[in-house]
Write a protein that binds this ligand. Sequence first.
Ligand SMILES: Cc1cc2nc3c(=O)[nH]c(=O)nc-3n(C[C@H](O)[C@H](O)[C@H](O)COP(=O)(O)OP(=O)(O)OC[C@H]3O[C@@H](n4cnc5c(N)ncnc54)[C@H](O)[C@@H]3O)c2cc1C
Length: 237
Amino acid sequence: MVDSRKVVVLGGGIVGVTTAYFLSRQGHEVTLIEKNEDAGLETSFANGGIVTPSMSDPWASPEIPRFILKWMGKEDSPFLLRPVALPGLFSWGVKFLRQCNHTAWARNAGVIYRLCSYSKDTLNQLVADTGIEYDGSRLGTLHLFRDQLSIEVTKRVAETLGAMGLHYDLLDEAACIELEPSLRSQKGLIAGGIHYPNDEAGDARLFSQRLAQYCSNNGVTVRYGESIKRIARSTRW
Ligand SMILES: Cc1cc2nc3c(=O)[nH]c(=O)nc-3n(C[C@H](O)[C@H](O)[C@H](O)COP(=O)(O)OP(=O)(O)OC[C@H]3O[C@@H](n4cnc5c(N)ncnc54)[C@H](O)[C@@H]3O)c2cc1C
């Protein structure tokens, strides 16, 4: 048991709604305020919906400085860095570059993997406790590769995370097609794949909205259509 507090959660995206849920479960008196007419209509609407501990490798890796230089200024690169932004990024950039070595990469990957696995377990527990449905899928994810080099790079990540408990299966082209028959048209173009059976996916908007409804039915005050204009601080309580 904890001392019950009055808590206001600002913003009803997936983070705000789950925060309201857990605070309410701990016995606090919670109000959730969201400017839209429903929860999950901003970032938590338009996202990929994948829940993937398999993708716990950080961007800061030994190879990335080389790629950043190669991609700099290219508007269609996967890591877009505009030269004009460099001065403002100096302090962050130095910290980032200091993590671009194998020791830091492996340590950071481990931290992210443990956090991601914990989050996935917590998500599954929440779903079991509330019964909410959100088009969830527990079929895992299949990563496909066109060449051997890409397989080797991703395999190294899988081996690092595998030592921490991540399950993965290396598949040849035939096994990829057997797992996902719609790939048949790509026969001859797939160098191989890695299947991560414990990855999940789901609709984050549905999840946010149904959890917000659950919260509302279970003691949380949910106020839609109200915009927070400013936060007033006071030392008097
Ligand atoms: C393209 C893309 C793909 C992604 N894919 C994935 C993925 O596959 N898997 C994954 O795990 N993550 C993914 N993410 C990240 C994930 O979507 C976000 O981390 C997550 O949605 C953030 O949730 P949030 O609640 O913090 O923010 P939001 O969902 O943006 O919630 C913030 C809420 O605050 C409200 N708000 C803002 N200002 C005010 C105000 N003044 N007054 C009242 N309310 C206000 C907004 O209306 C909004 O509802 C992706 C992100 C993007 C952009």
